[in-house]
Ligand binder design. Structure first.
Ligand code: ASP
Length: 427
């Protein structure tokens, strides 16, 4: 068993701003945008590989990091503590996702962005081919891996989490002679993976982010960032409200945490979520920041963050609800109270089922659409048009998804007596 390592204290002699990673990443975003505008597709084709390399490096570390993190975390908590953590974590996920869905519901009903909109001439795109699990039984069967090596090679996060929790519990129940070497091995493996993650972030993140943004702007133009009609505006409004009002209130009242400190400690993962559009690829960066800067113990992060990246998606939940209501409005279908309640519940489930990869939210929207019988070629056409403008919205909802996970970790850590969480901004 290992005690969580104390986060480094804020140093008095802080390095110059341009040597700080979050400024470097922010600068990389600006330079990437300018380079994309100037160089267009040609430059994107030349330099796009750097961004792909960066994402591959992050993905490379996910499976060993999550396995080692959960096994060492659970082995040190044991069965009794785990039940309590599990309850708090699930409660947090459900409450914040529900708040996000309700925000979407209220905004789309108030502003009605789809009423009278004509999407007939809109550009459409093909949806990516992602597996969608539709029933809870299928989900359960899907989670239990037949072969953990297969699950790891396909990066099936829920299966890996499931196995790691059981393995950690088994280790915790062993006599000390067997338990301690295994728990120590997992803890050391976790430290090694964290070191690797920090190295990747330190050395590759700025150039990786530069390339990702350059590729996006170079291939689709600035149009993808511009206001995309009322629909995009309403979504942005909802995401902004959740990010800057709801979650800070949760931090303040549930965690007694100053949201300004939490935001500043979380700049890096938020930039990463924005440029990768993937909570999964951002996970190593999130774990790194929440442990080293926010100051949460591995016991809590190992539990809240990997599962949160997969099932707690506030931004996606808001998007599912708002997107379906928008489609109904475009088609002129009135949604009664009962149907709106059904949308709330299925939007919540769809966000849980969405994979932590780009555009997953738009793929699972069909679950919600089917629940309220919105099907057929016209619906497919509207979803195709939504996909054409999805990337910037996806970037923003991924930021919200990642930020909500980090708030969950901070609030739960405080409730477990971790008083050092978010007391200072750490470099
Ligand atoms: N891209 C989002 C994420 O990875 C999921 C979504 O498409 O809503 O969190």
């Amino acid at each position: 068993m290992t005690a969580p390592e104390a986060p480094p204290a804020a140093s008095a002699a802080a390095p110059a701003w341009y040597r700080r990673l979050h400024w470097q990443v922010a600068l990389a975003m600006v330079l990437g945008t300018l380079a994309g505008l100037a160089g267009g597709e040609a430059l994107a084709a030349e330099l796009g590989w750097i961004g792909q390399l960066f994402i591959k490096l992050l993905k490379m570390v996910i499976v060993p990091l999550v396995l080692a993190s959960i096994i060492s975390g659970v082995a040190s908590v044991g069965g009794a503590g785990l039940g309590r953590l599990f309850g708090k974590t699930l409660g947090y996920y459900l409450v914040t996702s529900l708040l996000a869905v309700l925000t979407g519901l209220v905004l789309v009903n108030l502003i009605r962005p789809g009423a009278g909109a004509d999407l007939g001439a809109a550009e459409t795109r093909q949806l990516p081919d992602l597996t969608v699990v539709t029933s809870p039984v299928d989900l359960l069967l899907d989670i239990v891996p037949v072969n953990i090596v297969d699950a790891a090679s396909e990066a099936k996060m829920l299966s890996i989490i499931f196995f790691a929790i059981l393995a950690g519990l088994s280790i915790a129940g062993l006599p000390p002679r067997h338990r301690d070497p295994l728990a120590n091995l997992a803890a050391s493996a976790f430290q090694a993976m964290m070191r690797l993650t920090s190295g990747i972030i330190r050395w590759v993140a700025p150039i990786g982010v530069f390339s990702l943004i350059l590729t996006l702007v170079g291939t689709t133009g600035l149009g993808s960032f511009k206001a995309l009609g009322l629909y995009a505006l309403v979504l942005c409004l909802g995401l902004t409200f959740h990010l800057f009002v709801v979650l800070p209130l949760v931090l303040r009242f549930l965690g007694r945490i100053d949201p300004r400190i939490h935001f500043r400690n979380m700049v890096q993962p938020m930039c990463m979520a924005f440029s990768t559009s993937s909570s999964g690829a951002t996970l190593p960066v999130t774990i790194d920041a929440v442990e080293r800067k926010v100051g949460v113990s591995n016991r809590v992060t190992s539990f809240v963050l990997p599962m949160g990246a997969t099932v707690n998606m506030d931004g996606t939940a808001l998007y599912e609800c708002a997107g379906v209501l928008f489609i109904a409005q475009v088609m002129g279908v009135a949604m009664g109270l009962e149907q709106q309640a059904l949308i709330v519940v299925t939007a919540l489930l769809a966000s849980i089922g969405a994979a932590a990869v780009p555009s997953a939210g738009l793929v699972v929207i069909f679950i919600v659409l089917e629940a309220v019988n919105l099907t057929g070629p016209q619906v497919a056409l509207i979803v195709g048009a939504m996909l054409a403008i999805d990337r910037p919205l996806d970037m923003y909802r991924t930021v919200v998804n990642v930020f909500s996970d980090s708030c969950g970790a901070a609030v739960i850590a405080r409730s477990e007596g971790e008083t050092e969480v978010d007391t200072v901004v750490r470099a």
